[in-house]
Write a protein that binds this ligand. Structure first.
Ligand code: BG6
Length: 484
């Protein structure tokens, strides 16, 4: 049943995500008149707030995290907010929450962001208090488990109350504009698709580099590490969008059917195809920063960096490595996808006569910048102007599209604006289906098992560097340089 919800229930309503992303996103949607006129928003968490105190809390968050020019309708937005304190372990407490939410007949969208061990009690509480049913859908924020088994437990618990068509698993990378633009680039242009395969592509690189460190997330991050925090979800979703077959339609089933096939085609990696690291003290943009151990306050073997040479065992990608790397405390914040094409089959410029001897022909490269800048650059070879007395010279020139210039009009939106609106309206296209999450975990679990078997421990790297030197060696031994 399709419906637009007129209530939004936010779990974790006093948490970091709510302050930085959720409240600013819904406030921005409200300002643009995009949420239902009668939408009421109920926040819940352990904190002992009443409506008034929560509105003050939300105002402070909006003043901090929403740009002033988007705060115009903040006062009317705050009037939509209500709050109910709740300990998710106390099933009885859900009755008061249900009372606060009121009737769900006109549609309720729940946004559940919680520690993995609270999913089950929360679902039990929602069920006991009647906050489930045909007019209720649920959005689930990561981490959805810590391995395939725990992810299944969570998914099973959720499935007792919410069928798949009312379960919206969030991967906020899918809410990013340039990530969605990948589909437009691949499938709205005839140029790329005929070349998008092992015959013409040498390799693909996906980098998600961050300059931040632990950011105070001590409890969570140390139990997760870069592989589970970033690769299991965001990076594998990027990989799936790059590698999938053309879906028949731009709809949830068609797109997710194709993504899951890619995820299932991931080959188990050998331990020598992965590198893990942990940052030591160093400097980021000239500012000294402590090492991971120091930030954490104890020694740890959690990886803050991982690089992987991945393979897809299917016809399209036979023999094409996908180099993935992500890390904290790297020199710059950068998410990008690099598609490296192959050499031309025969270079007419490398011939024996004086005029063309030795002209260097560099294979084409497509760079899709996702953040901080959104741009698409295709490098092409061109002749350097001149009379060529010493022979023709060729040089790489970029064909550059800066999305901010090309689309100066439309405003840049927070990824969660898109995702929250889709959750309220019930569009699953940009949400992750259960089979995808499970295929992702299966691959990640196998990597972790092989690390355990081979006693792999993270190597130190200096904060502000591009990770351990073996991450460079991972590609260099294939004659490939990371794009920096
Ligand atoms: C989150 C991770 O999912 O994504 C964080 O838990 C990470 O560790 C964040 O910092 C990165 O998101 P973005 O949108 O800033 O690239």
């Amino acid at each position: 049943m399709n419906f637009t919800a007129n209530s939004l229930l936010l779990f974790g309503a006093t948490g970091d995500l709510a302050q930085r992303m959720l409240l600013p996103s819904v406030c921005a949607l409200h300002a643009d008149g995009l949420v239902p006129e009668d939408l009421s928003i109920i926040g819940t968490a352990r904190h002992d707030f009443d409506d008034g105190a929560y509105r003050n809390f939300a105002r402070a968050a909006l003043e901090k995290f929403l740009p002033a020019e988007r705060r115009g309708s903040m006062a009317t937005f705050l009037n939509r907010l209500h709050y109910q304190p709740l300990d998710a372990n106390d099933t009885a407490g859900f009755a008061a929450l249900a009372k606060k939410v009121g009737s769900t007949d006109k549609g309720l969208a729940i946004f559940l962001s919680t520690a993995p061990n609270l999913f089950e009690p929360t679902i039990a509480g929602l069920t006991a208090s009647g906050l489930t049913g045909e007019t209720v859908r649920i959005g689930l924020e990561k981490p959805l488990g810590t391995c395939l088994a725990t992810s299944r437990e969570i998914n099973d618990a959720v499935a007792t109350a919410f069928p798949e068509e009312r379960t919206f698993r969030i991967d906020h990378y899918l809410g990013k504009e340039t990530v969605q633009n990948l589909l437009a680039l691949r499938f709205a242009n005839i140029l790329f698709e005929p070349l998008w395969n092992a015959a013409h592509i040498d390799h693909v690189q996906i980098t998600v580099a961050e300059t931040v460190g632990l950011e105070g997330r001590v409890g969570f991050y140390d139990g997760a590490g870069a592989l589970r925090d970033m690769v299991q979800n965001h990076m594998l979703q990027l990989l799936a969008l790059v590698a999938m077959e053309p879906p028949a339609n731009y709809n949830a089933t068609a797109i997710r059917d194709e993504k899951v096939k890619v995820l299932r085609a991931l080959r188990m990696v050998n331990p020598n195809e992965t590198v893990t690291g942990q940052y030591r003290a160093g400097a980021i943009q000239g500012q000294p920063v402590p090492g991971y151990d120091e930030e954490l306050g104890k020694p740890s073997e959690t990886e803050t960096f991982v690089a992987i040479k991945a393979h897809l065992d299917n016809w399209r990608w036979k023999g094409v490595p996908f180099y993935l790397r992500t890390g904290k405390r790297l020199p710059q914040r950068k998410t990008e996808i690099v598609v490296q094409f192959r050499h031309v089959p025969h270079s007419i410029f490398a011939g024996p006569n004086r005029k063309n001897a030795g002209a260097r022909n560099v294979p084409n490269r497509l760079v899709i910048g996702i953040q901080p800048e959104e741009n698409i650059t295709l490098s092409l070879m061109a002749k350097v102007p001149g009379l060529d007395r010493e022979g023709i010279r060729l040089r790489e020139v970029p064909l550059d599209i800066a999305m901010a210039d090309a689309f100066a009009g439309p405003m840049k939106r927070i990824a969660y604006e898109r995702l929250l609106l889709d959750l309220i309206e019930g569009d699953q296209t940009l949400f992750v289906r259960r089979d995808e999450v499970e295929a992702q975990w299966e691959w990640i679990d196998a990597i972790r098992a092989s690390w355990a078997e081979h006693g792999v421990r993270p190597q130190g790297y200096m904060a502000g560097s591009w990770g351990p030197s073996s991450a460079i060696a991972l590609t260099e031994r294939d004659g490939v340089h990371w794009h920096e």
